[in-house]
Ligand binder design. Sequence first.
Ligand code: ADP
Ligand code: MG
Length: 322
Amino acid sequence: MAGGEFDLIRRWFAQLGATRNDVAIGVGDDAALLRVPIGHDLVVTADTMVAGVHFPLDTAPEDIGHKLLAVNLSDLAAMGAAPAWVTLALTLPEHDEAWLRAFSAGFHALAIEHDVALVGGDTTRGPLTLTVQAHGLVPAGSVMTRACARPGDLIYLTGTVGDAGLALLALQDELRLPKADRAAVLARLNRPTPRVAAGQALRGIASAAIDVSDGVAADLGHILERSGVGATVYAERLPISAVMGKWLDAAGGWALPLSAGDDYELLVTIPESRQAAAEAAMAVLDCAFTWIGMIDSAPGLRCQLDDGTQLGVTGGYDHFGS
Ligand code: ADP
Ligand code: MG
């Protein structure tokens, strides 16, 4: 980026997030130098958000800063990792002080909450595109993956699902919500809560885990494929918010919380022998933890209502789908 690039970096990104003593070199050199504690594995993920694709062009910059970090922390949570360091690659259409201030504030607040340090990045000019690469730590050999769900395991969800999907319907004018309801679900869409503590609490207990970015059905599908198993989900067991409950019928019924994305809850599978341990580990956190179905050996995903009716499920959003 032209002239003010270094000023911009120094002003807005040199001191963002937490200060950690495992950062030997942070922003300002050619690269960062980070100390992975002995006995730990490094977990790395990256997520990009493109204006007009991942968020509407008029999204508040503070929300963009929050969500960009949140979606990355959510991936670390799904692996059971403790977040540590992030890099930030920013492509900006212009040098807009007000935008940078608000974006940095949203990013910083969540970074502080999770003791995350911004240790480097890149700044360029172009259509608004933002990438975070996040690094987390797990005790060596203890990472949680999508691959080890077994028939008989119980399927659980953190929090509630469907609110972000409801917000999208409201944004697309497909559903007219009263002001308070609209604000509540927009907050879920724009400021998701990464389930960082839940991910670490369930590490060593869950047999598989994934974060729900594309929808319960689609993301559970990834676990089934990687683990070589099938599942039955009882749609009416899905945990939903009071607002979602109020608008469930208008929004098309249980298919919405089953298939809508962007909620960033954790979906985990728990061996029956560890069910009590999982519930105890989650009971001390301020986060709902709800049984929604069973892993079985028949390939595929069956979603059913309590009266036995099967629900057709559609997949998540595919950027390269036709
Ligand atoms: P180089 O040309 O050597 O890649 P840059 O000018 O891109 O260096 O970056 C200078 C320093 O600022 C580096 O430490 C880089 O990691 C950091 N940096 C650049 N952009 C950002 C950003 N958006 N957020 C955090 N750090 C950044
Ligand atoms: Mg660079």
